[in-house]
Design a protein around this ligand. Structure first.
Ligand SMILES: [Fe+2]
Ligand SMILES: [Fe+2]
Length: 200
């Protein structure tokens, strides 16, 4: 049964059309990353009582802010310091602004639009996401961060960093912190699925 909160495929297509031009100007692989995290978000929504009208648009639009920043500091920073780079911090408010523009243009409900912009404004800051005490924010964060694991992420890191040492360091950091990042039962289940998929 389709809940009244569901998002139609037409609405989703409209959001993708408005968003792609930003994602294509972002980091290498951002379009594919976004497609994977939207799929992860839908898997989480099938098991957790989140609002698809918040979670799905937030995930489609969340990384558009990379189109507005010079991300060379992000590429160069050591893995554990990436979250503190200026470009990571800046892509969040830029993304929130773009979300407001896109959602207003497609006629999204203003209250839901504000919730989405608030989530995008902090989506890469685990402590700030947790401070929102909001399931939709947590699901957006989990879906996005799940894509730091598994085979697709390794290919993506190589496209962005092209440095084996940096990738190993990042993987160690991610492995060490996975139980800090993923709290919902659905995300923990999806993480073990992603990481156990056959190795090349
Ligand atoms: Fe991001
Ligand atoms: Fe992302």
């Amino acid at each position: 049964m389709i809940s009244s909160k569901a998002i139609s495929s037409d609405q989703e297509r409209q959001l993708w059309t408005a968003t792609l031009k930003y994602l294509e100007r972002g980091r290498p692989g951002d379009v594919e990353h976004t497609r994977r995290v939207v799929a992860y978000g839908k898997t989480l929504l099938a098991k957790e009582p989140g609002n698809p009208r918040v979670v799905v648009p937030a995930l489609i639009i969340h990384d558009t802010g990379w189109s507005k920043v010079d991300f060379s500091d992000f590429v160069d920073a050591p893995a554990v310091d990436k979250k503190d780079t200026a470009s990571v911090k800046l892509h969040m408010p830029h993304g929130a602004d773009i979300a407001r523009e896109i959602l207003e243009a497609v006629g999204w409900d203003p209250t839901t639009t504000q919730q989405i912009a608030d989530i995008i404004a902090v989506h890469d800051a685990p402590e700030k996401i947790r401070a929102l005490h909001n399931l939709d924010a947590a699901l957006v964060f989990e879906a996005d961060w799940l894509d730091k694991y598994g085979q697709a992420s390794q290919k993506r890191y190589f496209e962005i960093f092209s440095d084996e040492g940096k990738i190993e360091e990042l993987n160690r950091y991610l492995e060490k912190n996975k139980f800090v990042f993923f709290r919902s039962k659905a995300a923990k289940g999806l993480l073990s699925e992603i990481t156990s998929k056959g190795n090349p």
